[in-house]
Design a binder for this molecule. Sequence first.
Ligand code: UDP
Length: 328
Amino acid sequence: MKILIAGGAGYIGSHLVRELHKLGKHEIIVLDNLSTGHTAAIPQAVTFEQGDIRDKQRLDEVFAKHKPVAVYHLSASIEVAQSCVDPLSYYENNVSGTVTLLQIMQKYGSKYFIFSSTAALFGMPDRIPIEADDTTKPVNPYGETKLAVEKILHWCDQAFGLKYVCLRYFNACGADEAGDIGEDHTPESHLIPLVLQVPAGKREKVFIFGDDYDTEDGTCVRDYVHVTDLASAHIQALDYLGETNESNRFNLGSGHGYSVKQIIDAARRVTGHPIPAEIKPRRAGDPATLVASSTKAEKVLGWKRKYDSIDKIVATAWKFHQLHPKGF
Ligand code: UDP
């Protein structure tokens, strides 16, 4: 099958491209505007098209040339804090850009769409762990843009039979075991790569945003899921669409939460560095606990995670950072 991966040069996208490429079953086309992605993160044998999902003419050229049957969409803006400062650019890229991509898919008759969605859909959740069909009520523009796309997809299915899967990522982390691809954002805002910047000599200490939450040690609890495990869920989602021709949505987490302090402790064990930490005020919009139930993904997609140990996950991220002290 011809598969287009929008955002395939990014962190999660490049791990998906690697796993799909290893399978050797599909023809892969990566579309990326390289705003945050890296061509070095994708195998040379994979076709690369530079382009932005907001650029209808460019999308038309790429679709006319490759006519993909399935599209993975991982090319969104992802900074929660930035989305609160500049909501319109988030709506422009994440909603308007996705509409453009869907219009071109409709024009060229692409059948399947697999969408990178987010735990941010659930805002301050009513219960933990969060089930895939729990109420969605985002508390920031980033989550709102992802929810808007989930709703748009529903109507595209009703109107012209587009079949889609929404995958709500919880905290993607870690890196491919080989250590040659991994998380490289500038500026970095995610906890694990920030913590690892201390043993890497790039910062003196890590800041803990709030220790007065209603959790066991007072710091926020999140569900950390290895990026290669996320990639395998994407591959199973495409198989699912092919087998059932039914749209669906899944939460992707581990069912287990770790606090910020527990993550720093894991990084201390893995790196052998004391990693000094300082308590700072809470970060705006952070729920105390976000943990997913992935039971639906396990039952329906047959998803199984390879990585359940947080030390192992942090070790894969650390390997990437050691091998790439300056990023890609
Ligand atoms: N966090 C922190 N210090 C940092 C970065 C993040 O204490 O330097 C906390 C953040 O407040 C949240 C958790 O770590 O509770 C995970 O944050 P991240 O930005 O990695 O992911 P999010 O859960 O926001 O998607």
